[in-house]
Design a protein around this ligand. Structure first.
Ligand code: BGC
Length: 512
């Protein structure tokens, strides 16, 4: 169970939203070949792995998180062969690729759902969660009703066009005959169908999956016992057939997901993590105003860390396609310190495409493909100063989402050429992490101070590194540091006597 993959220990992920990364066929939408062509850019930054957002056939009511066919790449992105080429080219560069697996729901246009809506019983009748009457709602779940031949309403898992796949109920309510137990025929068939999808893509050469809403599968499962058991079964299947397959969960409860057999779990930007106290609130901790607080983040992180026995496998993303860009509230100097933090925390760091150059949140966009407020974080990658920022040669009005139209929008080419740029700093920080095992995924962490500065110690058998981050505008002193300064980001740091003085806007790494 949960066998260890050594490549994950040093993995630095780059998340790619395929629509907006690089368009090679001038239709205004990014494509798989575009990702393959940009692999060297990602590798040169130091990233060793990719999380690719859903790239399968879809009506795109939720940017591809509404899958219509799990087995076919959406034509707008290319072909299955293109995706296999991407896997192969990534492997040549010693990189790994995780696909985004959406196990909880499909699109209403999925063939399973169309069959499931029929009045006559067939093999897909129980593939989704249906009540026995169109007048009965599946309590607490939201539903689709009135569009099927079948008399029933179908539970939804996220948007109201995403019907919930049926993995069963941990405790079926005896008054609701339509709630099936996990070991009923329909739920077991859904589970096998999920394994088939995984098998197909693992055979094609992908290295594993980021699993969407991984904790949502089994219903009436308050303590997640059913969902954990389901993932354990999937892990057994993987260990038997694909022991090298990596699983990273969007769950946010590592004490559950790791027991379920996931290698790593994501820290979520919603719920109790307090992650966005640091980056995305009125007074983020990382603002030089110095009015924020890291206290509750540290307390929540510590609690999770202790629950998993210090297995530190909680991945912290710089951002993702669901939240505001870092640059909405922080400037490049502040973001350098954010990366000093992200790249020195346990678990694999995830960099959202464009965050390495400080791409901005594009304000006031009309929602695209179910993005709503998230749309501004999904704008095209800014590669250079050329036409459409080098993203596409399509006419501007055909671009999937409008570009950041500010004259000084950051771009990758200029930042690669400037050693003082955010991207150059991110690259140096990645290289620094990769040279120091204490800073990597499995090194332990002990928080020593959670005010300004934030101080923590990372350690492994051979090394202890103290990280001191002072985002505020004021100098701070830390006593009893000892050791030597290995690396610094920002302004100034000096050891005098028994104290370390860290100027405002500075992060420093000290070997103990
Ligand atoms: C994805 C979202 C998506 C939702 C429903 C999330 O966790 O990251 O982009 O809308 O799942 O699939």
């Amino acid at each position: 169970m949960n066998n260890q993959l050594t490549w994950l220990d040093k993995a630095i992920f780059y998340e790619i939203y395929p629509q907006s990364f690089y368009d090679t066929n001038a239709d205004g939408i990014g494509d798989i070949n575009g990702i393959t062509q940009k692999l060297d850019y990602i590798r040169e930054l130091g990233c060793t792995a990719i999380w690719l957002n859903p790239c399968f056939r879809s009506p795109f009511g939720d940017a591809g998180y509404d899958v219509e066919d799990y087995y076919t790449v959406a034509p707008r992105y290319g072909t299955n062969e293109d995706l296999v080429t991407l896997f192969r080219e990534a492997h040549k560069r010693d990189m790994h690729v995780l696909l985004d697996l959406v196990p909880g729901h499909t699109a209403v246009t999925h063939r399973w759902f169309k069959e499931s809506m029929k009045a006559e019983k067939n093999v897909y009748t129980d593939r989704y969660i249906w009540t026995d009457s169109v007048w009965e709602e599946p309590r607490g779940m939201g539903c689709i009703r009135g569009i099927s031949e079948r008399d029933g309403s179908c539970a939804v898992n996220f948007f109201s066009h995403q019907p919930s796949l049926n993995y069963g109920f941990y405790r079926p309510d005896p008054d609701c005959k339509w709630q099936q137990p996990m070991d009923a025929e329909g739920p077991l068939a859904t589970r096998e169908a999920l394994k088939d999808i995984m098998r197909f893509w693992l055979k094609a050469g992908c290295d594993g999956f980021r699993v969407d809403m991984a904790g949502s599968l089994v219903k009436n499962d308050e303590e997640s016992k059913g969902t954990i058991a389901l993932w354990q079964d999937i892990r057994r299947f993987l260990d038997g057939e694909f022991p090298g397959a990596a699983l990273v969960s969007e769950w946010g409860e590592p004490d559950k997901s790791l027991v379920g057999g996931f290698h790593m779990d994501f820290l979520l930007h919603f719920g109790p993590s307090h992650y966005n106290d640091l980056l995305r609130c009125d007074e983020p901790y990382f603002s030089r105003r110095g009015r924020g607080s890291a206290r509750e983040f540290v307390a929540a992180y510590r609690e999770n860390y202790e629950k998993v026995g210090g297995r530190g496998l909680i991945c912290i993303p710089s951002g993702n396609h669901d939240m505001d860009r870092l640059a909405r509230r922080l400037d490049p100097a502040e973001m350098k310190l954010v990366f000093a933090f992200l790249l020195s925390m346990p678990g694999a760091p995830f960099i959202y495409y464009g965050d390495e150059i400080g791409m901005r949140y594009v304000e006031n966009l009309v929602s695209v493909e179910g993005g709503y407020g998230r749309t501004g974080s999904r704008s095209p990658m800014q590669w250079n100063k050329g036409l459409n920022a080098g993203f596409s040669s399509a006419p501007e009005e055909k671009l999937y989402i409008p570009l950041d139209d500010s004259e000084d929008r950051p771009n990758a080419e200029s930042q690669c050429a400037d050693i003082c740029s955010l991207r150059s700093e991110v690259k140096r920080l990645i290289a620094f992490r990769q040279k120091h095992p204490a800073l990597q995924s499995r090194g332990s962490i002990t928080f020593l101070q959670d005010g300004y500065p934030l101080v923590y110690e990372r350690a492994c058998a051979s090394q202890r590194i103290r990280v001191v981050i002072n985002p505020s505008g004021e100098e701070a002193a830390v006593s009893d540091t000892g050791g030597t300064i290995l690396y610094k980001v920002g302004n100034a740091a000096e050891i005098k006597g028994d104290s370390l003085y860290v100027a405002g806007g500075t992060a420093v790494f000290v070997e103990a």
